[in-house]
Design a protein around this ligand. Structure first.
Ligand code: PEP
Ligand code: MN
Length: 294
């Protein structure tokens, strides 16, 4: 879908420095393979789960529900970057162990955030994909460390970062020898206060044109409101994204983190149904596994 050609100079004059991320390196686009799940190419991948891993019951209930409704990959933070040091900071290794349990129980790969170079080795033991968050997009030691590890990395756009800075940040990981990188648009800061961030949908076709790396959209942090998430999720599919990273909680009202932007199980199910129709119309492959656990 889409005609993404490589015209780096035309978009960022003088900044033709995407030596490894540039589309000229890989005109047909990179397709990552996460245990058989393709990210990139014609596939639209769904990564879903809670903002934070809170407890066994919370994670396993949500994991099972999103898996049954069509999620391909489970998300959940064990290390949480919170604005306040008094907010819930995550279950750390305990949370990673719960992710591993969900992974085994429901046969679903997991993505989780790593915030610090000292956590990389531990997170690699449990995760299928490392997430580098918005606040760490330019944590250069962390990017270099991620470049050394043999796990795919989802790199989120800094909330104040330009696309040029995002692409250059990805170069740090690629240049370290890790070729399995995907980018994530998660909304940027703007003057608008009606929503948490401004979902920069312009970024998707621009990134797809400039780089061969898959581009994922996070409409949860991009909007901050669960009711807005389905609109922006569908828009992401329409503008050529390779998938979604979406927050889902079995009890959003009582979530320890990001409840207002988390979809309930039912809302997630409805979104998948809408995406099925839209993906058919757009000729994108939404792979919804038919799974039901007893
Ligand atoms: C997250 O995905 O849990 C998260 C903290 O996102 P961001 O880094 O985009 O704020
Ligand atoms: Mn969150």
């Amino acid at each position: 879908m889409g005609n993404f050609t490589c015209e780096t100079d035309a978009v960022f004059p003088g900044s033709n420095s995407y030596l490894k991320a540039g589309r000229h390196n890989h005109p047909e686009g990179t397709v990552l393979d996460i245990g058989g799940i393709k990210i990139g190419g014609n596939t639209f991948v769904i990564m879903a789960g809670p903002c934070a891993v809170e407890s066994e019951i919370q994670l396993l209930t949500t994991a099972r529900a999103v898996r049954e409704r069509g999620a391909n990959i489970l998300r959940g933070g064990a290390f949480k970057p919170r604005s306040s040091p008094y907010s819930f900071q995550g279950l750390e290794e305990e949370g990673l162990k719960l992710l591993r349990k969900a992974r085994i129980e429901y046969g679903i790969p997991v993505i989780t955030e790593v915030m610090d170079t000292r956590q990389v080795e531990m997170v690699c033991k449990y995760a299928d994909i490392l997430q580098i968050g918005s606040r760490n997009m330019q944590n250069f030691p962390l990017l270099k460390e991620a470049g050394q590890c043999r796990k795919p990395v989802l790199l989120k756009r800094g909330m104040n970062a330009t696309l040029d800075e995002l692409l250059l940040a990805s170069e740090y990981i690629l240049d370290g020898g890790n070729e399995e990188v995907m980018l994530c648009e998660r909304g940027i800061r703007s003057f608008e206060t009606s929503y948490r961030n401004t979902m920069d949908l312009n970024a998707i076709p621009v990134l797809k044109r400039l780089t061969h790396l898959p581009v994922i959209v996070d409409p949860s942090h991009g909007t901050g409101h669960a009711w807005m998430v389905p609109y922006l999720a569908k828009a992401a599919l329409a503008v050529g994204a390779d998938g979604l990273l979406v927050e889902v909680h079995y009890d959003p009202l009582n979530a320890m983190c990001d409840g207002p932007q988390s979809l309930s199980i039912e809302q997630f199910g409805s979104l998948i149904n809408e995406l099925k129709i839209l993906s058919c119309a757009l000729g994108k492959d939404l792979i919804v596994p038919e799974i039901s656990f007893i």
